[in-house]
Write a new protein. Structure first.
Length: 316
């Protein structure tokens, strides 16, 4: 949405969105999620998005026979924990089999490794995912050669029927009651409606969303949630040639953020001229922003914020 609004003002030759790649993992007809191929696929990912059914449709039967999104959310969490517990079991068994042939010093290290693996396993059995706990240096070392699914941030999307949109807030409260973690997040949306809206022009879709009391698109909400859970922010550069969004980690200094635009800008950094998207969109002109004193001059240590519109001054 931000880039569309800015592009309407600047009429640039190019508009380039920040990239965020979503991939569907291979599944099985049995409904089993975590099997060899899917876990191999997950090792390349930064987070998991779980789309849970929250609508009734007799022509599309649910695998469990009934629709219950809380049950399904809890089952996915259980499946993740169970997979990791089973994997650690096999890892511990393998080390135990090798211990007999080890020398004293190596045996001591292996026994310590087993001890740390069992501590992690016990927490998993209590329902504590790796993403929700601090790992000691010894624990981190113990699992350094093992991929555990519960280490990945988990985002849950409940896909509801359009007729239930007026209950979105209540459904969100239900979902949030079973998802409470810094590296977890959730949202409620109607995917069928979003598909229909995506076929409309930007203006028509915006008007219809207003009529439905929807402030932003489902896709935009998914992106915001993903950025939040992964600790990312997006800043923007604008001009008649290009309006573009760039992604950096939250807490990135201005000079370091310049590196994603071009390494020369970071090397020759002088200062950054910054205005928030919200302030700019109210005035819709950089001249008015300067006139009202809303354009800030920031140094290399300024921490870039989500939605900042940044103009870098540099010398090479």
């Amino acid at each position: 949405r931000r880039l569309e609004e800015l592009s309407e003002i600047y009429k640039p030759k190019k508009t380039i969105q920040a990239e965020l790649n979503f991939s569907e993992i291979p599944s099985q007809l049995s409904g089993e999620i975590f099997h060899g191929k899917s876990v191999e696929y997950l090792q390349k990912m930064d987070a998991i998005i779980s789309v849970v059914r929250g609508f009734n449709n007799e022509s599309v039967p649910h695998l469990s026979g009934t629709v219950n999104f809380i049950r399904d959310i809890e089952k996915i969490n259980f499946d993740i924990m169970f997979f990791d517990i089973s994997l650690l079991d096999r890892r511990i068994d393998r080390i135990n089999k090798l211990i007999k042939g080890m020398r004293s010093a190596e045996r001591t290290l292996s026994l310590k490794k087993i001890e740390n693996l069992k501590i992690i396993q016990e927490d998993l059995e209590k329902g504590i995912a790796l993403r929700d706990r601090h790992l000691s240096p010894q624990e981190s070392e113990a699992i350094s050669d093992t991929f555990l699914v519960s280490r990945l941030p988990l985002l849950t999307i409940v896909n509801i029927d359009e007729k239930d949109l007026d209950q979105t807030e209540e459904i969100q409260k239900e979902v949030s009651s079973v998802i409470d973690s810094e590296l977890s997040g959730s949202m409620v949306m109607c995917a069928l409606l979003e598909e229909e809206l995506s076929k409309l022009s930007f203006g028509d879709a915006k008007e219809l969303r207003t009529d439905l009391n929807m402030k932003t698109s489902g896709l935009e909400n998914v992106i915001k949630l993903t950025y939040s859970v992964l600790g990312l922010v997006s800043f923007i550069t604008v001009g008649s040639d290009e309006v573009r969004a760039w992604t950096v980690s939250n807490g990135t200094p201005a000079q370091e953020a310049a590196r994603v635009v071009h390494s020369d800008i970071a090397k020759g950094f002088i200062r950054a001229e910054v205005v928030s998207y919200e302030d700019f969109i109210c005035e819709r002109s950089m001249a008015k922003i300067r006139e009202k004193g809303l354009l800030r001059k920031e140094g290399k240590d300024y921490l870039v914020k989500d939605g900042d519109i940044v103009n870098y001054l540099f010398s090479i």
